[in-house]
Design a protein around this ligand. Structure first.
Ligand SMILES: [Zn+2]
Length: 64
């Protein structure tokens, strides 16, 4: 049976309305987690780019 979204999908306590089904507090926390996740993803990809550059300087890696 589908779950009702009348309460926040994160804390399951606060009443919510709107497409996100998150209360105001959980919206802020979720946004912060997404932001820090994107920062970590950027750092991860930058590390791979630096590694690829390191390989390229040694005549390895992709030549695209
Ligand atoms: Zn909540």
């Amino acid at each position: 049976m589908p779950e009702s979204h009348d309460t926040c999908v994160r804390c399951r306590e606060a009443e919510v309305s709107g497409p996100l089904s998150l209360c105001a507090d959980c919206s802020v926390e979720t946004k912060d987690e997404c932001s820090s996740g994107l920062i970590r993803l950027g750092q991860y990809l930058a590390a791979w780019a630096a590694f690829d550059e390191w390989l390229r300087r040694r005549g390895r890696g992709q030549t695209v």
